[in-house]
Write a protein that binds this ligand. Structure first.
Ligand code: HEC
Ligand code: HEC
Ligand code: HEC
Ligand code: HEC
Length: 143
């Protein structure tokens, strides 16, 4: 019995060790971030994948901030009563005090495109319109 328990202890430690090790190599989406690709809604919907960006080692606060523009850490995001507060347009709209930060295009292109052009840790991101913007179906466009 004792031996068995010890075996499980060692196995659990090994799994944990592998888990931690892998976390560093393939940093998938950490708890709290949507696992699958999301579509950022708007007039020109765009794709965004947390896993791709977390794998670059980006902290949540590179993109997510509070009403004082202080970066939000994963713990603060996990503690939010309603994750919808993270939606960029909930603050970046006509009521935003900085008129240059009201339009989705200005806000998202500033954040997304700037880094894709300049690159992060030697890796650049896609910059063609259709790399981010999804084609809206003809039925939607037509009517
Ligand atoms: C790195 C990703 C990315 C690339 C590349 C990109 N965009 Fe965007 N763009 C976004 C995101 C995210 C939004 C916010 C979604 C929305 O508001 O519909 C946005 C919003 C917009 C909007 C605003 C829609 C509105 O509310 O008026 C326009 C117009 C636009 N993009 C045009 C373009 C064009 C044209 C190109 C190519 C020259 C381009 N985008 C390239 C990510 C990108
Ligand atoms: C490179 C930019 C970027 C990084 C880094 C990032 N996010 Fe996001 N996240 C976004 C964008 C953009 C959205 C969509 C916001 C919108 O719809 O306006 C989003 C949406 C979310 C949502 C869904 C909010 C909703 O609509 O319900 C959660 C939860 C979230 N992020 C958590 C995290 C966590 C936790 C981290 C860090 C581990 C993180 N994000 C890192 C850009 C990022
Ligand atoms: C809770 C409100 C709030 C939310 C949600 C929010 N922002 Fe902001 N954002 C601000 C404020 C306040 C500023 C500061 C504006 C200024 O300096 O005048 C700002 C500034 C910015 C700036 C310009 C300064 C910089 O950091 O480069 C960008 C770009 C930006 N936000 C993008 C985003 C994106 C992308 C999201 C969604 C992932 C987002 N914001 C969500 C309130 C918010
Ligand atoms: C700080 C840098 C940085 C920011 C901010 C950033 N990206 Fe990226 N993104 C990258 C890099 C680097 C890659 C290429 C990753 C690779 O090749 O492994 C990438 C890849 C992508 C891709 C193609 C791969 C995939 O995930 O499907 C899309 C689409 C994308 N980003 C959209 C966005 C949007 C939309 C935003 C803003 C909400 C954004 N990115 C913000 C650095 C960034």
């Amino acid at each position: 019995m004792k031996k068995r328990r010890m075996f499980f202890g060692v196995a659990a430690a090994a799994v944990l060790g592998i888990g931690l090790g892998m976390g560093m190599v393939f940093a998938g989406p950490p708890a709290g971030a949507p696992e699958n690709e999301i579509i950022i809604e708007g007039k020109k919907p765009a794709r965004f994948n947390h896993a791709t960006h977390s794998a670059l080692g980006l902290e949540c606060g590179v993109c997510h901030h509070d009403g004082e523009h202080s970066p939000l850490a994963a713990e603060s995001i996990a503690a939010l009563a309603d994750p919808a507060e993270l939606r960029c347009v909930s603050c970046h709209n006509d009521a935003h005090p900085n008129t240059e930060m009201q339009k989705p295009k200005d806000v998202f292109h500033a954040r997304c495109q700037t880094c894709h052009k300049e690159g992060y840790q030697g890796k650049t991101g896609p910059t063609k319109c259709t790399d981010c913007h999804i084609r809206q179906s003809k039925t939607l466009e037509g009517c």
